[in-house]
Design a protein around this ligand. Structure first.
Ligand SMILES: Cc1cc2nc3c(=O)[nH]c(=O)nc-3n(C[C@H](O)[C@H](O)[C@H](O)COP(=O)(O)O)c2cc1C
Length: 285
């Protein structure tokens, strides 16, 4: 049998060892396929359970556990997130077949060999694929002279004061893959941009175009930004939310040039209101 001809359910005799092929239902690429070495209980999982981590420590348990979790999550958020419903179906079907794994060997990154690590990564995949809203908000923004940045800080203070965790990501120091990773772990996405030439700031367009393609789910959203005269940015950010099917919980908030203390107080309340809305939605589930 040539490898190019294998089909789901085929078995290949490797001279005493049997390699069986398990379809992944188009997980990532159309030709992606799990293969399973029966006698050794090794699952060659291709893209699944991997990460973009180049390390000489080839087993997951030889690396710091926080690094492994973060890199695994980053890979999921940036590569696999759009396929989440297929991943849930795959996890269900693998569970139903009762396949046992002693080793998960992925194409990218370290190999999983300890039972506790294997069940941990399977649990993470289910959690990330289900995308249940979390009691955490992420604020993604950019700023030319700090006005939108001040708004971001006050919104974050308001969120925190309501007991919700918040991560602030200024795009001057965060790349789009970091944004996607934080969004995976959040229930609210708050985006801020100054208006420049009647548009949003280009770095926001970059990050949001990327994020839109990853199809994050179960988020609430809100927009903010400073402006000088026409102030289109907030309206355009709301359009991104609409395109991403993210429900906005407000029309957004704008400040003329550098925000006055009264406007920063408004931003604080805006943050509180978003946090309260997030909490009540999570409690209602
Ligand atoms: C090149 C440039 C173009 C701008 N174009 C607009 C515009 O079209 N409409 C508007 O309302 N403000 C415009 N502004 C004003 C900024 O939005 C305003 O200064 C804002 O406070 C900047 O916020 P930031 O400090 O967060 O960057 C422009 C500013 C610059 C430098």
């Amino acid at each position: 049998m040539r490898l190019t001809e294998v089909k789901t359910g085929d078995e290949l005799d490797l001279g005493g060892l049997t390699l069986s092929f398990i379809e992944t239902r188009l997980l990532h690429w159309p030709d992606s396929m799990f293969s399973y070495l029966k006698e050794r209980k090794i699952l060659f999982s291709q893209d699944a359970f991997g990460m973009h981590l180049a390390t000489g420590a080839i087993f997951a348990d030889q690396n710091p556990s926080e690094t492994i979790k973060r890199e695994c999550e980053k890979y999921y958020a940036n590569i696999l997130l759009p396929y989440s419903s297929k991943i849930i179906a795959l996890l269900d079907s693998v569970g139903e077949t009762g396949l046992e794994f002693d080793v998960l060997a992925t194409d990218h990154g370290p190999i999983w060999r300890r039972p506790e690590d294997i069940s941990r990564v399977l649990g993470w995949y289910r959690e990330w694929a289900e995308q249940r809203p979390k009691l955490k908000a992420v604020i993604v923004y950019d700023t030319m002279w700090g006005a939108t940045g001040k708004m971001a800080a006050s919104i974050a203070d308001g969120i925190r004061s309501s007991g919700v965790d918040v991560k602030i990501l200024p795009l001057s120091g965060s790349d789009r893959s970091e944004v996607a990773t934080e969004v995976l772990d959040s229930g609210a996405l708050i985006i801020g941009s100054p208006t420049i030439n009647n548009q949003i700031f280009p770095s926001l367009a970059d990050a949001l175009t990327y994020l839109k393609g990853l199809k994050p789910k179960n988020l609430i959203g809100a927009a903010f930004g400073s402006y000088g005269w026409s102030g289109e940015a907030v309206k355009q950010l709301n359009q991104y939310f609409l395109d991403m099917s993210v429900e906005t919980v407000s029309d957004g908030i704008r400040a003329l040039y550098a925000p006055e203390p009264a406007q920063l107080e408004e931003c604080f309340k805006f943050g509180e209101a978003i946090a309260d809305e997030l909490r009540s939605r999570i409690e209602a589930v």
